[in-house]
Design a protein around this ligand. Structure first.
Ligand code: HEC
Length: 498
């Protein structure tokens, strides 16, 4: 799963949260302490229930927060408070939750270490897959609706096991280079290490209070976590998630920043990091005996999310100022060019493929119904393909003639378009479950089948033959958000995002 465009949601939330409530702030705080802190933590940092800080609530709107407090959440410990609290009290709690804590929350190395739990010794577990399925054609399916993960056999399309995850997994799971281990990050900073050979959880640690995503080094030794709160990077030992060190996200002049995204760049033996509040991109080398001192690259604008070119030399990132994208040369450290693109391109979800022997890059757009296609030789816009609405994800496979993209936002969000990778025309439009949001797709390792998510409480994972587009199987699921094929992910296969 890609990163949700948080600023949009956050702005919308703050505007609505400013509605004056008749119950004063101190009383709201008292109500919180009386009714909520036992589960959500004394400082709103989370406990049995999720964290309730403004950063955490950025992904939902105040109206939803109000509804949750009033009506509770089904099949969870979150009860309905409508009979305990009156409407002004609930409104006051909503405003209170969108306000930053009086003292900025901190999360120290000692707290990270105290949260660490080792549940199994990976050295004592069998090192061969114990489940009989092809370990490189498994799918890790994140079910956001009720915070579960399913491990799916990618040949039989049968669920091998299903387990509860931490609240709100974020940014997409990442794999060890051999595909044995998968690493999850949750919105609230919990990192989980799961052994896919033995279908068991190995370790957990809380690396931050609000986390964007994580990356795993290509040598399998390190996990790097990018946090919004506190604004830092947390480096963990990939073997057992023990803390190695944290690196504050401070700009050259000491300005504190949040971390937008971290990715691994395998041919460079490095992590590349986007900062949200200062105009810098960082590269952290993990070659040899690394020092983890960031190399700072000046960017033309702050970065939300980005993609790499196929050779990992250039980085394509959104630029608000340029109203489009900025290209950064990671070798020279120079900002190469600004690319004017309409709307808000979601470059982090962009994918590339070969067309007439040349690399092209296509990106969905979260504010306009179009796909922009760029020539990666000269950074020129080749085509804008109109779609039925703004979209979020894009996927293809080297063995597929089509690039699949959703229409995530707007009334036509039940549609998916299949773009012909050579003609750049929409070849097919599917409506897998009319009226329900069709979203993220992922291919099997050989590209023969496509798995599509319908994001609904009564949603499904739908398997298609990627050539005939015939439906092969439908597995009911509760908001299956993203799904990740182990083989495609560890090969950094063409057509998948990093
Ligand atoms: C008994 C434990 C418990 C208590 C007490 C409790 N909650 Fe919750 N709350 C939870 C759990 C667990 C969830 C996550 C539910 C889910 O799976 O979606 C939750 C979810 C929420 C959410 C949604 C968060 C999100 O990011 O989706 C809000 C808002 C919330 N609670 C507010 C409150 C408030 C305000 C109070 C006090 C009036 C309160 N809760 C009391 C356990 C609790």
């Amino acid at each position: 799963m890609r990163l949700i465009p948080l600023p949009l949601l956050l702005l919308a939330s703050l505007a609505q949260a400013a509605t004056p409530a008749s119950v004063p702030h101190e009383q709201a705080e008292a109500l919180y302490q009386q009714h909520c802190q036992s589960c959500h933590g004394a400082n709103r940092l989370g406990a049995a229930g999720p964290a309730l800080l403004p950063e955490s609530l950025g992904r939902i709107k105040p109206d939803e927060v109000r509804a949750v407090i009033r009506d509770g959440r089904p099949a969870s410990q979150m009860a309905a408070y409508a009979s305990v609290l009156d409407a002004p009290q609930i409104d006051a709690l909503v405003s209170y939750l969108y306000q930053p804590a009086a003292t900025a929350p901190t999360w120290s190395d000692a707290e990270i270490r105290a949260s660490h739990r080792l549940l199994a010794d990976p050295d004592k577990l069998p090192s061969r897959a114990q489940h009989g399925a092809d370990p490189l054609n498994l799918f890790v399916v994140v079910e956001a609706g009720d915070h579960h993960v399913s491990i799916l056999d990618g040949d039989k399309f049968e669920v091998l096991t299903r387990f509860q995850s931490r609240f709100a997994l974020h940014g997409g799971p990442k794999f060890s280079p051999d595909g044995r281990f998968v690493y999850f990050a949750s919105r609230d900073g919990w990192i989980s290490l799961y052994d896919l050979h033995n279908l068991t959880l190995v370790a957990e640690v809380r690396a931050g209070l609000n986390t964007r995503n994580l990356a795993v080094s290509n040598d399998g030794r390190w996990v790097l976590v990018g946090n919004y709160l506190p604004g830092n990077l947390v480096l963990l030992d990939a073997r057992d998630l023990s803390l190695v060190k944290h690196i504050p996200a401070l700009g050259q002049d000491g300005t504190p920043s949040r971390v937008s995204a971290v990715y691994t760049a395998p041919p460079r033996d490095s992590f590349v990091i986007a900062l949200k509040d200062v105009q810098e991109v960082w590269e952290l080398s993990y070659a040899g005996e690394p020092t983890f001192v960031p190399r700072r690259i000046q960017s033309r604008d702050v970065l939300d999310d980005f993609s790499f070119t196929p050779d990992y030399r250039h980085l394509l990132a959104t630029s608000r100022k340029a109203k489009g994208g900025q290209v950064i040369d990671l070798d020279s450290g120079a900002a190469v060019i600004d690319i004017a693109l309409p709307g808000m391109p979601h470059l982090g979800s962009g994918i590339y493929w070969k067309r007439d022997g040349k690399w092209v890059f296509a990106t969905p757009n979260v504010s306009q119904g179009l796909i922009s296609v760029l020539d990666l030789q000269n950074w020129k816009l080749i085509k804008e393909i109109p779609t039925e609405g703004p979209g979020f994800f894009m996927r293809s496979h080297i063995n597929s003639a089509y690039a699949w993209t959703d229409v995530f936002f707007g009334p036509n969000n039940d549609a998916v378009h299949l773009i012909d990778k050579q003609t750049l025309e929409i070849a097919h439009t599917l409506r897998p479950m009319p009226g329900k949001n069709a979203a993220h797709v992922e291919f099997t390792r050989d590209g023969r089948y496509v798995l599509l998510s319908v994001w609904d409480r009564d949603g499904a994972l739908i398997v298609y033959d990627s050539k005939t587009l015939e439906e092969i199987k439908r597995i009911p699921m509760n908001k299956p958000s993203g799904k990740y094929n182990v083989g495609n992910k560890i090969e950094f296969a063409e057509g998948t995002s990093h």
